[in-house]
Ligand binder design. Structure first.
Ligand code: AHM
Ligand code: MG
Length: 339
């Protein structure tokens, strides 16, 4: 598919890659694309909240102003539910998964979606990029019956598609269906995503490390040792430290420039902070599809068997060689593998 083709054209043009229910998956990705445009519109107006009223206030029509993460959650949920193209959704913003039934189409739908509607939302108030992360699986229970928890608690290696939208200096949708990673940039004037970054690849090596180093004293020894390694004067080191505090943006930059992102366990967050199902697995799938690597420091992220919807895990992700070196430092402390 040539550069400059639209996302709509690309989705249709690549249907042949899917083994089953291709039309259904295409329509699902299309719905995410449409919801992303609505959320993008709202995110871009975020600075005007100071003029028009704070979240939590009542606006001129007497409606409550919403926080953007709540709004984004509603948009994605509503779009997917109304179009009746998935049988279940789990969102970082919801306590439990949502079962979609009603029409024959939803009842027979084969896909479930897991979503973090607005990740890094604490960055919105300060005009820093945020993102949406999504992950799609085929259900494992029988179509036509209500979805079950086991449909969502699948290993990341079972994902059929995953992606993110980064609301940055420009808005991009980046996704994979297991055949490489492609990035599309929104032309806001006409509301169309164009293929701008075909076949994205992590450089095998890099010189950027992204971690919240403020928590250094709380990190496990393997991470502390790796950070000292990053800062040592040797070869292409010391590395640059770059941490936006918005996973999607940090990942996006590292994929383009080469780097590693780490959110480890700490004495403050003994399981880590990031969620396996909504954040780590989709990013890990994208990373691997782009030639990168992702793990919990010890085992491949995509092979971790989830035990609960909102499970947290430590996350090491990025350029292959960098992740492998970080893993070596972790493996010197095997006791930290149980968290
Ligand atoms: P969120 O889902 O509450 O937005 O938290 C996830 C975000 C990531 O985007 C980011 O990398 C991380 O939290 C930053 O956390 P910290 O401020 O602890 O460094
Ligand atoms: Mg999040």
């Amino acid at each position: 598919m040539q550069k400059n083709s639209t996302l709509g054209e690309f989705i249709i043009g690549n249907q042949k890659h899917f083994k089953y229910a291709a039309g259904e998956l295409s329509r699902l990705i299309n719905s995410i694309r449409l919801a992303a445009k609505v959320v993008n519109h709202e995110v871009n107006k975020a600075g005007l909240v100071d003029i028009l009223g704070d979240a939590g206030d009542t606006n001129i029509q007497g409606e409550d102003q919403q926080k953007l993460d709540v709004y984004a959650n509603e948009i994605f949920m509503k779009r997917l539910i109304n179009r009746q193209i998935v049988c279940g959704i789990a969102s970082e913003e919801e306590d439990d998964f949502v079962t979609i039934s009603g029409s024959d189409e939803a009842n027979s739908s084969k896909y479930v979606v897991l979503i973090d509607p607005l990740d890094g939302s604490s960055n919105i108030d300060v005009n820093v990029s945020v993102g949406t992360i999504f992950s799609i699986y085929r259900r494992v229970t029988k179509p036509g019956t209500p979805v079950q928890l086991e449909d969502f608690l699948q290993e990341g290696n079972k994902q059929v598609a995953a992606g993110y939208i980064v609301y940055g200096t420009s808005t991009m949708l980046v996704y994979t269906t297991g055949h490489g990673v492609n990035g599309f940039t929104l032309n806001p004037a006409i509301g169309t995503f164009y293929l701008s970054h075909p076949n994205m690849k992590f450089p095998e090596d890099g010189s950027i490390y992204s971690i919240n180093e403020g928590y250094y004293s709380h990190f496990p020894q393997g991470v502390k040792d790796y950070l000292k390694y990053c800062q040592m004067e040797e070869g292409n080191r010391p590395y640059k430290a770059r941490y936006i505090g918005s996973l999607v943006s940090d990942f996006h930059r590292n994929m383009i420039k080469g780097g590693i992102y780490i959110y480890p366990t700490s004495s403050k967050a003994p399981q880590g902070k990031l969620r396996l199902l909504y954040e780590c697995n989709p990013m890990a799938f994208l990373a691997e599809q782009a030639g990168g690597k992702a793990s919990d420091g010890y085992i491949r992220m995509l092979d971790i068997k989830p035990i609960e919807l909102h499970q947290r895990v430590p996350f090491f992700c990025g350029s292959k060689n960098m992740v492998e070196v970080a893993e070596k430092f972790m493996q010197n402390h095997p006791d930290d593998a149980t968290y």
